[in-house]
Design a protein around this ligand. Structure first.
Ligand code: HEC
Length: 215
């Protein structure tokens, strides 16, 4: 009986310890924090408009990929560019990483153009070759799912480039550059200059691209 109650007491003690341990370990951060918070942050403050995101981030940063590899044919002969050093490849990775995350920036609701942005009505607006920011904003608002799909297309191409950087595959980098160019163009043909669709496609069919000879 005594043994029994002692055992019982020990059992209770053990149980108490487990409960206390659980309570103690419940206080700090969970050991395995989820990789992505389940809830999106609600206090995001977009700084750039779509126009500025393109001009100041997407366009210049994508050049780290576009300009990394290619053959320039001049009167003196052809000059081949390709990443050679680890630093060269690191630059391509910076381009791809920034571009991949820029897709998320594009998906964050933001203004089409900065406050007070004035367009030349002969270039942008109804009847002009390019849509005006208000028209772009209306198109995005009418179907955000489609807009997000174009942004995801850009992200997917950028993620492919990350894998190419890991493999240091120059030939694939060249191909990825033209695929990336195509995803930029596809979104522009939908939201920026939809009237140019035919001209752009004709131009694309005329262009020949030369892949680098060395791998
Ligand atoms: C999700 C759609 C989308 C994708 C993807 C996209 N763009 Fe854009 N881009 C736009 C829109 C919309 C505009 C027009 C913004 C404005 O009102 O000036 C634009 C404008 C531009 C401009 C003109 C900016 C200026 O100074 O007038 C450049 C350059 C540009 N994009 C480059 C790129 C490049 C390079 C890529 C791919 C790496 C790309 N964009 C991918 C939607 C996109």
């Amino acid at each position: 009986m005594r043994i029994g109650s002692r055992l019982l007491a020990r059992g209770t003690l053990l149980l108490l310890c487990i409960i206390t341990l659980q309570q103690c370990s419940a206080k700090p951060e969970p050991a395995q924090a989820p990789a992505v918070p389940a809830q999106a942050a609600t206090d995001l403050t977009p700084v750039a408009s779509v126009h500025e995101l393109m001009r100041d981030i997407v366009d210049p940063i994508s050049d780290l990929i576009f300009d990394a590899v290619g053959t320039e044919v001049t009167a003196k002969g052809s000059v081949q560019t390709e990443p050679r050093t680890d630093e060269d490849w690191a630059k391509v990775r910076q381009g791809a990483m920034t571009l991949a995350e820029s897709a998320n920036l594009l998906k964050m609701p933001r203004q089409a153009a900065p406050e007070g942005y004035v367009v030349d009505p002969t270039l942008r607006g109804p009847g002009a070759p390019e849509l005006a920011p208000e028209q772009i904003a209306a198109k995005i608002a009418a179907n955000r799912v489609l807009w997000d799909k174009f942004a995801d297309g850009m992200r997917d191409e950028a993620v492919k480039v990350l894998a190419i950087v890991d493999a240091k595959d120059t030939k694939k980098l060249f191909e990825a550059g033209s695929q990336l160019d195509a995803v930029c163009e596809t979104c522009h043909l939908e939201y920026f200059y939809p009237g140019d669709r035919k001209a752009v496609i004709d131009e694309r069919n005329k262009k020949a691209s030369v892949a680098p000879t060395k791998k």
